[in-house]
Design a protein around this ligand. Structure first.
Ligand code: 9MG
Length: 279
């Protein structure tokens, strides 16, 4: 399996790849002004690539439970300079984490290679913007919206319902002219799911292979780790690595994480075990 990217490039997904999280929101950087923020983002990007990330996911709007939406211009001002700077200086796959059609278009114009949308292209104009951009798109499942999604999410059968949602979103994308080969899928761990529902989804992750599309997962430092173990966000590394390893064993192609080096290390050990080591 591979992704076809702009500028005649491809990303081979035969072995799981690490996607490093690069949030350009005010809580992620010191408030030392525009240049300091850009410098700091570039430094983090370089570090993550050296540590083994194949993709950098750049986001200017927090999607944490309870978070508020950000105005369009503010999101553009946060992400576009970072995308341009990374594109000009570093060799990597750049993903734009957004749900807004205008941000998708501007980010791809500025050099982003793919779109990561936690709303699965349900926002106004997003299907058309993604189709026009012509880049790979990750469709993630979310029940509700970030502000309210953790208020008693209910499912009859979480895996069956999330898979059903994905069938419908894939059909909507094909109807909008997006090629099937351009789609990636994501169950959306933590987005409108209880602790038990998150672990049921993880246990049943193999079922996603039926789509024969790349599978992206993100569990890094999330409350499905913290609430299970009773740990604050700063102490969730071991739990996050366990989730990454389980997901890779169950067929995930891309693992979205904060801790790139540690995740790349566990994936290397998994790879040596599954495929052997050359003497
Ligand atoms: C932006 N974002 C936060 N968590 C995520 C997850 O689990 N998957 C994807 N695709 N994006 C996410």
């Amino acid at each position: 399996m591979q992704l076809t990217l702009p500028r005649q490039r491809t990303l081979d997904l035969a072995r799981p790849k690490v996607m490093g999280i690069l949030n350009v929101t005010p809580d992620s950087f010191s408030d030392g002004g525009q240049f300091e923020r850009l410098d700091s983002a570039l430094y983090q990007a370089e570090q993550m690539l050296q540590q083994g990330a194949a993709i950098l996911d750049i986001g200017g709007e927090s999607t944490r439970p309870g978070s508020e939406p950000v105005p369009l211009q503010q999101e553009l001002d946060r992400v576009l300079p970072v995308i341009e700077a990374i594109r000009n200086r570093l060799d990597c796959v750049v993903s734009i984490d957004t749900s807004k059609a205008a941000v998708m278009s501007a980010a791809v114009q500025a050099g982003a290679d793919m779109i990561n949308d936690v709303y699965a292209l349900r926002a106004d104009g997003a299907l058309a913007a993604a189709a026009a951009a012509g880049v790979p798109v990750c469709l993630m499942h979310m029940l509700g919206e970030p502000k309210t999604m953790q208020q008693q999410p209910e499912y009859r059968d979480v895996t069956a319902e999330v898979l059903d949602f994905m069938q419908q979103r894939v059909a909507a994308c094909l109807g909008a002219g997006i090629a099937r080969e351009q789609l990636l899928l994501d169950p959306g761990f933590g987005f409108g799911k209880t602790l038990a529902q998150n672990y049921q989804l993880l246990q049943q992750l193999e079922q996603w292979q039926a789509f024969q599309l790349p599978l992206l997962v993100g569990m890094s430092r999330k409350s499905m780790v913290g609430n299970l173990l009773g740990l604050p966000v700063t102490e969730r590394l071991a739990g996050s690595l366990a989730c990454a390893t389980i997901a890779a064993i169950k067929g995930a192609h891309i693992i979205r994480v904060h801790d790139v080096k540690a995740t790349a290390d566990v994936l290397a050990v998994l790879d040596a075990t599954l495929h052997g080591v050359e003497e």
